[in-house]
Design a protein around this ligand. Structure first.
Ligand SMILES: [Zn+2]
Length: 70
């Protein structure tokens, strides 16, 4: 299974093998959480599994927010 790197995958292009959706990683939906450490990310349209992400550290999260704004 692909492991998505927080702060990197958001900028990458994804194509859903199921419905053909294409877009950036930042548009993916969180579809499953495992003890708050690993998050399965899926297609925003059909929720097809696209990869898992390790939950970011506070540092990674702050860096990401700084880059993308809110
Ligand atoms: Zn899809």
């Amino acid at each position: 299974m692909p492991v998505l790197t927080y702060g990197v995958f958001q900028r990458e292009d994804f194509t859903c093998p199921k419905c053909g959706w294409t877009g950036k990683g930042i548009e993916l939906q969180a579809i499953e959480l495992y003890e708050s450490m690993v998050i399965d990310m899926g297609c925003p349209k059909c929720l097809e599994y696209m990869g898992c992400m390790m939950a970011p550290t506070t540092e990674e999260y702050e860096k990401f927010r700084g880059e993308f704004g809110d």
